[in-house]
Design a binder for this molecule. Structure first.
Ligand SMILES: C[S@@+](CC[C@H](N)C(=O)[O-])C[C@H]1O[C@@H](n2cnc3c(N)ncnc32)[C@H](O)[C@@H]1O
Length: 219
């Protein structure tokens, strides 16, 4: 397992020349992010945390869609956080989005963000980049407020697409240290059983992507 700072350095190297152009280049292949935002269904001034928020693209859209939501984002990469900060200022959301550097697998939300629990927690195209992705998911479960939901979207295993496409895609993604995860639905089911949560995980676009939730019942 990589130490936190090693993985943070690696992410900074991956995004060194990409943070500024990231949103433009990812628009066409990080599919399902807007569907996830539609499904968040944040009520009133509900709290939303995006873990591994990257450039803040999702948080800004969430802020536009759910006007009173309180927004929080963490990421392990300084470069991505700097871009998120610029983007949120450009969208006049600098003061609505609280950003902090943190490792998804180990941060203390109270210490890092001044908020221990959240109504919605988002994992968007990051579990495929976090070596201990199951640890990151498990770490987020206690941060769910009663009635809260984790929402995840990421690369699927491309089982419904031609084999050559899937193989090429996996090879290309590996250059960016991205690995679509086998066993995503099983990991969600295990966490649901362990913590008394409800889960729903389904493929999108012939398994190009996978989208899912973990929901804590209201108290
Ligand atoms: C492909 S980007 C996705 C960004 C954003 N969620 C989106 O949907 O546009 C993956 C992000 O995960 C972050 N990341 C990777 N490992 C992480 C970790 N262990 N803790 C926090 N962030 C991490 C990277 O720095 C990067 O910003």
């Amino acid at each position: 397992m990589q130490a936190d700072h090693d993985h943070g350095d690696l992410m900074d190297r991956v995004y060194r020349h990409q943070a500024a152009i990231y949103d433009l280049t990812r628009k066409y292949y990080l599919l399902g992010r807007d569907r996830l935002i539609d499904e968040l269904d944040v009520e009133g001034d509900g709290t939303v945390l995006e873990i591994a928020c990257g450039t803040g693209r999702n948080l800004i859209r969430i802020g536009n869609r759910y006007r009173d939501a309180q927004l929080f984002g963490v990421d392990i990469s300084h470069k991505m956080l700097r871009q998120a900060s610029k983007n949120s200022a450009r969208s006049a959301m600098r003061w609505r989005i609280k950003l902090a550097k943190a490792d998804a697998c180990s941060f203390d939300p109270g210490m890092t963000l001044g908020q221990a629990q959240f109504d919605r927690i988002v994992f968007s195209y990051c579990l495929s980049m976090i070596p201990d992705w199951q640890g990151a998911l498990a770490h987020a479960v206690p941060m769910l407020a009663p009635g809260g939901r984790i929402h995840m979207v990421d690369f699927g295993l491309q089982s419904g697409l031609p084999r050559w496409f899937g193989k090429g895609m996996h090879l290309w993604l590996s250059k960016f240290h991205v690995a679509p995860r086998a066993g995503m639905a099983e990991a969600f089911e295990r966490l649901a059983a362990e913590h008394g949560l409800e889960t729903d995980v389904r493929p999108l676009y012939r398994d190009y992507a996978v989208i899912g939730t973990l929901a804590r019942p209201a108290a």
